[in-house]
Design a protein around this ligand. Sequence first.
Ligand SMILES: Nc1[nH]c(=O)nc2c1ncn2[C@H]1C[C@H](O)[C@@H](COP(=O)(O)OP(=O)(O)OP(=O)(O)O)O1
Length: 177
Amino acid sequence: MSTIPANESTIEWKNWNAEIPATLMFVVQDGKILLIEKLTGIGQGKINGPGGKIDPGENALQAIVRECQEELHITPHSPVKMGELHFAMSDIPDIHCHVFMSNTFDGEPTSTREANPLWTALDAIPYDKMWEDDRHWLPQMLDGQLFNGRFEFDGEKVVWMEVCFGDSAKALWIENA
Ligand SMILES: Nc1[nH]c(=O)nc2c1ncn2[C@H]1C[C@H](O)[C@@H](COP(=O)(O)OP(=O)(O)OP(=O)(O)O)O1
């Protein structure tokens, strides 16, 4: 488990509930990861995986497939859930995010109103252009580790975090999609 800083979080995590359920997808193929330049919504201008909010009536798996279709015109095959992320935000509603991986997909990654596709070498992931939390779980996820992360933000800055990996992380998931 990794934590920063040593002080306590101001969030009462036991009673914490996010307003926004969301998803992320990382397609990895031939030593490359399919990232996006996000053109709309939360994190506009950042590099991230495709994803977005879960619509009412959807589960996380249905939502991530729909978001990949909408944002990049691809349909990932057999997404595998790798982690959950809990973001306590200071200036936007809190987010609970399900993170998936896939190795194959149908379609050709295509620019849309929402995203530009960016195939990126696995050793050149641009963490400086991504959300600050990503560097604390994405490398481990790419090594095949399950994870559960809690992050407290002040604006776009992480002020507290706790990230667990492996089977103990999965035990902390709110939902097993
Ligand atoms: N700290 C963070 N780190 C991260 O890696 N991804 C984050 C993040 N905070 C939010 N996200 C991602 C998760 C999810 O893919 C996306 C949710 O916001 P969006 O505004 O993109 O949702 P939608 O694409 O559904 O947008 P709308 O259609 O405009 O509602 O932002």
